[in-house]
Ligand binder design. Sequence first.
Ligand code: NAP
Length: 370
Amino acid sequence: MSTTSPQERIPVALLGATGSVGQRFIELLADHPWFRLAAITASPRSAGKPYGKAARWMQASTLPDAVAKMEVLPTAPESASGCPLVFSALDSQAADLVELDFAAAGHMVVSNAKSYRMDPRVPLIVPEVNPNHLRLLESQPWAGGLATNPNCSTIGLMLALKPLEDAFGIEKVHVVTLQALSGAGVPGVPSLQAVDNVVPFIGGEEDKLESETGKILGRFDDGQIHHHSAVVSAHCNRVPVIDGHTLCVSVSLARPASPEDLFAAWNQYRGEPQRLDLPTAPAQPVHVLSQPDAPQPRLHRDLDGGMAATVGRLRPCPLLDYKFVTLSHNTLRGAAGGALLLAELALARGQIPGIEIPQEESLRMEGSDS
Ligand code: NAP
């Protein structure tokens, strides 16, 4: 039972509803207790068509009949009229052009696109890791607001690193990613590139891991984020896995710690989403797996509804202090599920313009700082 809830389901709009991430949103919103899908948009190629005709449905679940019949609207603020909350799963070139229009028109936009992640006015949130960065919303210049979900690999890395940062401090990180095909959107990577192959290049991805980490682990003070000084070096690779990004991580710590200390930090880690029992929160954000060959995408990406990170293979690193493997689901925790959790957190904190939650159910956020 959640500690807070709106009195009736809030109508939400979904931008970029036809893509890989948009489809995951449709699945997750079908039974969401707080949000109701009221409007869907996509590119001019899709606008005006019923969703069932516009989208190439790529999920194992059945497309809900009601959504199949919904008209895909143009991606413009008028299409979200009556929706205080707007989720964006837009291609970043489209997001560059329109997300601020939605925020200016009074909508609270929760975006998966890279466009505004590093804008100092815009929070970049992993709900367990830096919930207090949502305070940036208080000084944004728009009638609505804009908050962003990090890169899908960055999210998994943050869930694995934040417990270590809190307990021992992080100084240096070396990470090699093995990223799933669904990370490239619909229709995805051409089969002749994907099958029997590894592609050691994903445009812009290494820079995102290296820059977003400092912002997310940074400190909110004086109305701004002071970036963390940890140095991150990333190699990103596309591999023939459908869902789930695997990261091989080496880390140096500011204070000495035993392997048991690291296991304890991961196992005991909980954040605001767990304290508040938010609808999309995993019971446990980080699962430590003891099998010698874990984690693996096919076996472990769906743990805790695809919202948890798994870690395993912890061992000493001859270059830095420790090395381990972490895995998280790229379109669930790394995109649609992460954005829903972000919106639930913002709602619970009373930070979505135009939505009041009952006073007695508002949250006791004072003192929560991370
Ligand atoms: P995608 O499958 O390529 O979907 C892109 C969506 O944007 C489609 O709905 C597309 O509509 C729409 N769109 C494209 N051009 C448009 C335009 N000019 N105006 C309006 N809508 C337009 O991409 P995706 O993988 O779902 O990713 C969506 C966003 O999330 C991207 O910014 C991506 O970087 C980010 N992201 C993706 C993942 C992942 O694992 N896939 C994870 C984290 C973040 P049409 O179908 O009509 O073309």
